[in-house]
Design a protein around this ligand. Structure first.
Ligand code: PLP
Length: 454
């Protein structure tokens, strides 16, 4: 069939392993450092926060890591996810490009995040952990961990960045429906939160602050672990199921992407769709351009410094080498809450240093314009974060039109926006602003980077 619009894989074709890009990297990633000694971190340093199975995945160089049966059983509820050919969008754009999108919004929580929350909850349950504390920006990650906690009998406590908590009351309701608790961060529940509130009672919060609160809770309770929804190697690993399925689906379509576009907050959905393709290329497979798209209001990959920095604002986490705006960087309260993180995943940052990926920063209004155009053509309403990938893909398709060439463009539609209608309402009311920074504004938070030899 030449006019096919969706490529579905049967449940039996669900991948049995995750793909680990560390096995194929030409140069290994710089190691994380202990914040006190500045020496490379050992497994025991992470043991108060994570189960050993996840710590091992964090440092593994095995190419394939088996997905445990109970995790695959949960994945089967919505995976494999569909790969769509965006024929109506192609028509609307009058482009010769072949546009494809992998739709992760079909998961119970509405995004790619359950790919890792289910795995993390499983390994924690296996290690006898009773409770997990975490942060959430957009609320997608908090909902996803709450869902996974309900399945594996783990209590979940979510610190939700205050600005998102106020913008998205129904995300909190969803977390509570799954049995989790959700408090706005900074909160009076932790020493760190109380200190922030004492300085600024109206503080809108940031992902870096919410991480500090969740880490504090986990570090001070032996039966409680911490879980992160992005950035870390094991999180990126769990997301690679997206790209592995996509490779299979492109085979069915008898096509192969020329360019892949993903939105980047901490880097996990981007890694999920691109790493299997990057790995194939590094092993001698087809060339493919890879484009990371981030908000101009939080431009870690395009304007951050590649340096060792803390993952959180309270400086409780290890130091990782990444593109960072500085751990005290406070992004404005724009609507793509999941993209308001000061740093980028070390592995994604490393790829940028190696010249294996490109990065672009986009204004939020242009992203919403693309999201609305996409919704009117394809019917699916993207999450504000996903709109960055939609804009990036549409721009690539317009280039194809201008150059008169047909390229296959793949992007990750990483979540739906059904809980983000206030953002769309504000966009239609022309209430959104585009934020840019001059160098001196960015220099302020960067001045506080920890000093590490190289
Ligand atoms: C729908 C959606 N997309 C993207 C992101 C950004 O995270 P990451 O870059 O890890 O995919 C988030 C984070 O909350 C999200 O909710």
């Amino acid at each position: 069939m030449t006019d096919r619009v969706k490529y579905l894989l049967d449940e039996t074709r669900l991948p049995t392993t995750w793909y680990n890009l560390a096995a194929d990297l030409p140069v290994p990633c710089p190691p994380p450092l202990h914040p006190g000694t500045l020496q490379p971190l050992g497994p025991d340093d992470l043991a108060p926060l994570f189960p050993m199975a996840l710590i091992q995945q964090e440092v593994s160089t095995d190419r394939e890591i088996e997905i445990p049966g109970p995790v695959r059983d949960v994945y089967r509820q919505w995976r494999p996810t569909p790969l769509f050919r965006a024929r109506r969008l192609e028509q609307a754009l009058q482009t010769p490009a072949r546009i494809y999108y992998k739709y992760e919004g079909v998961s119970p929580a509405g995004s790619h995040k359950p790919n890792t929350s289910v795995a993390q909850a499983y390994y924690n349950r296996e290690a006898g952990i009773r409770k997990i504390a975490t942060e959430t920006g957009a609320g997608q990650w908090g909902s996803s961990l709450a869902f996974a906690g309900a399945l594996f009998g783990i209590e979940v406590q979510v610190f939700m960045v205050r600005v998102s908590y106020d913008q998205k009351p129904y995300r909190r309701a969803l977390m509570e429906t799954y049995g989790a608790t959700c408090v706005p961060s900074p909160s009076p529940l932790t020493q760190y939160g109380r200190a922030v509130l004492a300085r600024d009672p109206e503080c809108k919060g940031s992902l870096g602050m919410a991480i500090s609160e969740a880490v504090e809770v986990a570090a001070s309770h032996p039966d409680t672990n911490y879980a992160l929804g992005s950035v870390l190697n094991h999180v990126l690993l769990h997301q690679t199921i997206i790209g592995m399925e996509a490779i299979d689906q492109f085979e069915t379509a008898d096509d192969y992407p020329d360019v892949i576009v993903g939105a980047t907050g901490g880097g996990s959905n981007f890694a999920g769709i691109t790493f299997p393709f990057i790995g194939a290329k590094l092993r001698g497979g087809p060339d493919v351009r890879i484009v990371a798209v981030e908000p101009a209001a939080c431009p870690s990959l395009t304007r951050g410094r590649y340096a060792y920095d803390f993952g959180d604002t309270g400086h409780m986490t290890p130091l990782t080498k990444m593109h960072t705006l500085g751990s005290t960087f406070m992004p404005p309260g724009f609507h793509a809450g999941g993209l308001r993180y000061h740093g980028m995943a070390p592995m994604v940052s490393h790829l940028r240093q190696l010249g294996l990926i490109e990065a672009r920063a986009l204004m939020q209004k242009a992203c919403f314009e693309a999201g609305v155009q996409f919704a009117r053509a394809e019917g699916i309403l993207p999450a504000p974060e996903a709109n960055h990938a939609v804009r990036g893909a549409i721009d690539e398709a317009i280039r194809c039109r201008e150059e008169g060439v047909s390229r296959a463009i793949l992007f990750n539609l990483c979540g739906h926006g059904h809980f983000d209608m206030q953002a769309y309402t504000d966009y239609f009311a022309d209430k959104l602003t585009d934020q840019t920074y001059d160098e001196s504004e960015l220099a302020m938070a960067l001045a506080g980077l920890p000093s590490v030899g190289s």
